[in-house]
Design a protein around this ligand. Structure first.
Ligand code: 5RP
Length: 237
């Protein structure tokens, strides 16, 4: 018996994106509780229909879950590009820009999203915000020896940085790449996400951060009661 009131919405968007998958597709497999529902739904289709797909996982979490559900895995050494990637998000703004990285997987998630022709983001209504950073801190993945200089630089940029600590582990969270996470809180939200993106990447020791600018091609929003609303990015021009 689940206690998450958003469980039905997560299940609904997971099933919807799994239904978009066609035989032979190469897929990006996201991380988090919502992407997990999509991986499970995809696994059911693979078993029931013999759907032939290959997935690139965005984390150890996604890799283990996909294996458990019988989804064949691949890497970018074997495939050139993906037909579709799906993933959750922590915040989505009206331009469909995102904050990701609550699960500390945003660096690989961005690599996978960048390889995909379609990047489908799966959220419930609580993730929709007017301004990125209004509710969630921005995760920044850093080389451990650069954590303090990066935190000082984030303070100069107007953020309140905090090193993310493990829950069932003493000391900092260590990512799948062996890096650390600094969560940067911007009071009142991030004024100009598109400008902050390259400024953060220019800091020595930063591997990547959780801002996803102009990457989502569509967002599936799970509503109360299990309905799904689809928001598409307008075609350029
Ligand atoms: C992991 C992520 C997740 O996709 C994001 O945190 C959403 O997770 P959930 O669906 O559990 O709310 O970015 O790094």
């Amino acid at each position: 018996m689940t206690t998450d009131p958003r469980a039905a919405a997560k299940r609904a968007v997971g099933e919807r994106v799994a239904a978009m998958v066609e035989d032979g597709m190469r897929l990006g497999l996201g991380t988090g509780s919502t992407a997990a529902r999509a991986i499970e739904a995809l696994g059911r289709r693979v078993r029931a229909e013999g759907l032939r797909v290959a997935g690139v996982p965005t984390s150890f979490f996604a890799e283990r879950l996909a294996r458990a559900h019988g989804i064949p895995l691949t890497t970018f050494d074997e495939v050139d590009g993906l037909d579709l990637a799906f993933d959750g998000a922590d915040e989505v703004d009206p331009s469909l820009d995102l904050i990701k990285g609550r699960g500390a997987a945003h660096t690989r998630e961005k690599v996978v999203a960048a390889q995909a022709r379609r990047f489908v983001v799966l959220v419930d209504e609580t993730k929709l915000v007017e301004r990125l950073g209004a509710k969630m801190p921005l995760p920044v993945e850093v080389l451990p020896m650069a954590a303090t200089p990066v935190m000082r630089a984030l303070e100069r940029m107007g953020a309140r940085p905090e090193l993310r600590m493990g829950l069932r582990k003493d000391g900092p969270v260590v990512t799948d790449q062996g890096f650390w996470i600094v969560d940067a809180r911007f009071e009142g939200g991030i004024e100009d996400p598109a400008a902050l993106d390259p400024a953060l990447l220019a800091l020595p020791g930063v591997l990547d951060h959780g801002l996803f600018i102009a990457r989502a091609t569509e967002v599936l929003v799970g509503e109360v009661g299990g309905a799904v609303r689809r928001i598409r990015r307008p075609e350029p021009g």
